[in-house]
Design a protein around this ligand. Structure first.
Ligand code: PA5
Length: 443
């Protein structure tokens, strides 16, 4: 049935009139998006991607994944931000957090997403003596975290498997034509996959950026794309009944009433990386010009034992968006015990998913009573089809929400600042003046 948005628990906080009042702005946002005349319109490739994706490359992705699954014990996926989060989010949502341990086949390890030497050493220890391959993913081809990890891991691959074999085990996902990584890949003859020019990093999960690692994990990428294609049909229509637009409207109405934080929560741990992906999508899209909701996330009921107090009782700065997964990937029947030694027989003779659902319902009502507006995103299950559907639903919401906010949802000028400082402090040529200035501040 696909993703739905329910505003049932927002009724105390948003009147029908307010949805009607903001609708003319939703219409303008929709028209900006459709006519490609809004800010950031060079980056709208995602709007029709589930239909117009490169079918020839899609077939090559499947072939490469089949080869990697057959000739490798470990796939290292090196990338950061938009070149990392989506792939991991989809794999963990669909395959579970323990897929590497439970599947018994190819292990997928993510790296190049920090500058931690400890983490990289651990990754290297997981590869020594094993058959491994590397998928290096970088649109720019120059991102420090990814490039540094790749430099080290490529060397390890050569040491372990020899130069010739190593060159058959590196897959580069990068710009179609330019950049250091593209030049290197062409010179070395590595298979390359494309990050399209008109798709930004945080919208790239359904390009080769996400699809190759996702296919390597054994996920059904046809179903993923079908879910996204169906969502494209459903959520690209201008209508008050469009759930992505309702969600975008609710976010902005609440923001304008002083709710500065959106907390996305889910009662499935496998959704944890989807939460991270959502945070990049919305944080990087909307957090600019000193504006924007701060996206944050929890996995419940785990985090009810840490963040629950604040949500229930702390500063009234947030609203909650609950991702309600209707059917868990696996269930467990709780048996009644004659001794009832733990007093838990009141939970028994039913599936554990029922208990989880009651916990969710109880949480929604408690938070609502505590003054927290709660919107609900309903998802049938965390399989490939529904995750594809959800990804497109989030994309549409984010674009419309960003235009409602009055910013460019498709750029990210702010992320350059830390990079410039890091380059200067490390003595990169060309950053001499900034280096002196920063060192003076540090001292
Ligand atoms: O959304 C973005 O643009 C960023 O998160 C990038 O994806 C991230 O910085 C990685 O960039 P690149 O793919 O160029 O290595």
């Amino acid at each position: 049935m696909g993703v739905r948005y329910s505003a049932k628990y927002l009724k105390k906080f948003i009147q029908d009139e307010e949805y009607k009042n903001i609708y003319s702005q939703v219409k303008t946002a929709h028209e900006l998006l459709e006519s490609k005349t809004g800010p950031g319109s060079d980056f709208l490739g995602w709007t029709t991607l589930p239909r117009d994706y490169d079918k020839e490359e899609f077939a090559r992705i499947k072939e490469a994944a089949a080869k990697i699954r057959q000739d490798s014990d470990v796939l290292l996926v090196a990338g950061i931000g938009g070149s990392y989060l989506g792939a991991r989010a989809v794999i963990e949502a669909c395959k579970g957090l323990m897929h590497n341990e439970l599947d018994g086949g190819l292990k997928i390890l993510f790296c190049g997403n920090s500058i931690s030497p400890s983490y990289l050493q651990d990754i290297m220890d997981q590869c020594r003596g094993k058959r491994f391959s590397i998928n290096v993913i970088s649109k720019s081809g120059t991102t420090t975290e990814t490039a540094l990890a790749f430099r080290v891991l490529r060397q390890l691959l050569i040491e372990e498997m020899g130069e010739e074999e190593a060159s058959k085990r590196i897959y580069a996902t990068t710009d179609r034509a330019k950049g250091t990584l593209k030049e290197l890949a062409d010179a070395e003859g590595w298979p390359t996959f494309v990050v399209p020019d008109d798709v930004g990093g945080r919208y790239s999960v359904l390009t080769a950026v996400g699809l190759l690692p996702i296919a390597c994990a054994g996920c059904d990428i046809d179903a993923l794309m079908q879910g996204a294609a169906d969502a494209m049909e459903q959520f690209s229509v201008l209508s008050p009944e469009n759930d992505a637009y309702k969600y975008a409207a609710a976010r902005n109405i609440l923001y304008r009433k002083g709710k500065a934080v959106e907390l996305t929560a889910c009662f499935e741990p496998a959704f944890a990386m989807m939460n991270e992906w959502y945070k990049q999508l919305f944080g990087e899209s909307e957090g600019k010009d000193q504006r924007g909701l701060m996206p944050t996330s929890c996995v419940f009921s785990t985090d009810l034992h840490s963040m629950g107090q604040f949500i229930q009782d702390g500063g009234r700065v947030l609203f909650e968006t609950m991702v309600d997964v209707k059917k868990p990937a696996r269930d467990l029947f709780i048996k009644s015990l004659p001794s009832n030694f733990d007093g838990l027989n009141f939970l028994a003779e039913q599936n554990m998913s029922v208990v989880n659902r009651k916990a969710m319902e109880g949480t929604i009502l408690a938070h609502n009573d505590g003054g927290v507006p709660v919107g609900i995103i309903e998802v049938d299950s965390l399989d490939e089809y529904n995750i594809g559907n959800l990804i497109y639903f989030y994309w549409r919401t984010c674009a419309i929400s960003g235009y409602l906010l009055g910013i460019n949802p498709f750029d990210q000028p702010g992320v350059e600042s830390y990079k410039k400082n890091m380059f200067a402090l490390m003595g990169k040529p060309g950053y001499e003046d900034r280096k002196a200035e920063l060192e003076a501040k540090l001292n």
